[in-house]
Design a protein around this ligand. Structure first.
Ligand code: HEM
Length: 404
């Protein structure tokens, strides 16, 4: 194998990032990455190191604790630098983290998620009615994307009339593409203003939804206003892009493995394990969010200075041969745990909800669409050009219409 580190961005990497991660795990498992502006970051690719970093309370999330070179470079997307959108639990450390997480946790309890499952089934049914009539169906555009966004709008309490615009702006944010920075900036402005209006409306008249709860927490002094809008924004972004990616990739894996698809059709109980295997094999979130050592740290034998930004590759950890036998194969029977929902204090708040949505989507499609197959060659599929997300842009499919 070549001694030169492979590219970790660009079209070749996006189409298939796994060879680059395999190289890094073998040759440079804690890899130094030079960032624009003179900052350096570390990319952690082995499962054991990844888990240790995620569990380490000295790996801080607050960007103010980062190396000032990194912070000043203004890296990332426009919304990463706006107080009204960035002051949420995912960028907070103890004790603020528990306070910010605590006010939203009630919306994701097992009971609430069971109730949301009914909405997910209803929305999926309506979306699939439209797929049935659609001459050129695309399971990302027609199902994976609209389902989670409808659910998160219900949770937050986004009025029905505003949803088409909300969808349009969210699609721009979703692209997370460095080529779209101006458009993402404009969509960020839109969300900033729109979430501000929703908060003002609830300050005038309370509402029975998550945004209403957050505004009540603001009224009682538990949350600052920026924390309310930032939490709503986090839930919107974290709550749907990742689920879109999971559902799209899950279908691709089933289309690649028709024998598994047939088994799942026979026995829907197997859908749950297949979703976990999809999460392990193709983590929707390619890297966890940035972490910064509070004090110098040693990871995988490499010394990291305080404040140096650290990225943990969840996608790579899921394929580490030290952790998984035959790691590149899709084997829902292996029943292995994974890091694709994170680990430790920042473990995904919406994991239960994401699993429910994916299960509802896969079960319904398999039931309704016999003969499901790709409508294009697999090498024509495009993946999001992002170091953050790992998901398909589109998944054109066909099915046996006479039988449907
Ligand atoms: C397949 C879908 C999803 C995946 C793969 C996923 C993955 C993750 C991961 C890896 C983290 C940890 C990030 C880190 O430690 O840097 C995380 C955190 C989070 N996720 Fe998810 N997520 C998904 C769906 C959702 C949904 C549906 C919601 C809510 C509606 C949600 C809300 C959150 C929140 C609020 C956090 C921050 C938790 C904290 O900082 O304490 N996620 N997610």
């Amino acid at each position: 194998m070549s001694p030169t580190p492979p590219a970790t961005h660009g079209p070749g990497f996006e189409a298939d990032p796994h060879p680059a991660y395999r190289w890094l795990r073998e040759h440079s498992p804690v890899h130094r990455v030079d960032l624009p502006g003179g900052a350096r970051a570390w990319l952690v690719t082995r499962y054991g190191d990844a888990r240790d970093v995620l569990a380490d309370p000295n790996m801080l999330k607050d960007p103010a604790r980062a190396d000032p070179v990194w912070y000043r470079a203004g890296l990332g997307l426009p919304f990463d630098h706006r107080p009204s959108l960035v002051r949420s639990m995912v960028n907070a450390d103890a004790p603020d983290h528990a306070r910010l997480r605590g006010v939203t946790a009630g919306a994701f309890t097992p009971r609430r998620v069971r109730e949301l499952q009914e909405s997910a089934e209803r929305i999926t049914g309506e979306l699939l009615d439209a797929v049935e009539r659609e001459p050129a169906p695309d399971l990302v555009r027609d199902l994976a994307y609209p389902l989670p966004i409808a659910i998160i709008c219900d949770i937050l309490g986004v009025p029905r009339a505003n949803r088409p615009e909300f969808h349009r702006q969210a699609a721009v944010i979703d692209s997370s593409s460095p080529d779209e920075l101006d458009a993402i900036g404009a969509a960020t402005d839109w969300f900033d203003a729109y979430l501000g209006e929703l908060v003002d409306a609830r300050l005038r008249s309370p509402s029975d939804d998550l945004l209403g709860d957050l505004v009540e927490a603001h009224r009682s002094g538990e949350l600052m206003r920026d924390e309310v809008t930032s939490t709503a924004f986090l839930l919107l972004v974290a709550g749907h892009e990742t689920t879109v990616a999971l559902i799209g990739t899950m279908f691709l894996l089933l289309l690649r493995h028709p024998e598994e698809m047939a088994r799942l059709r026979e026995d829907p109980e197997l859908v749950g394990p297949a979703i976990e295997e999809s999460l392990r094999l193709e983590s929707p979130l390619q890297n966890a969010t940035w972490r910064f050592p509070a004090v110098p740290a040693t990871v995988g034998g490499v010394r990291l200075e305080a404040g140096e930004p650290v990225l943990v590759s969840l996608l790579s950890a899921g394929r580490d041969p030290e952790r998984y036998e035959d790691p590149d194969s899709f084997d829902p029977g292996r029943g292995a745990s994974h890091l694709s929902f994170g680990h430790g204090a920042h473990f995904c708040l919406g994991a239960r909800l994401a699993r429910v949505q994916a299960r509802v989507a896969v079960t319904a499609v398999l039931r309704r669409f016999p003969g499901l197959r790709l409508a294009v060659r697999e090498d024509e599929l495009r993946w999001w050009p992002s170091m953050i997300m790992h998901g398909l842009f589109a998944l054109p499919v066909a099915f046996d219409r006479t039988a449907a």
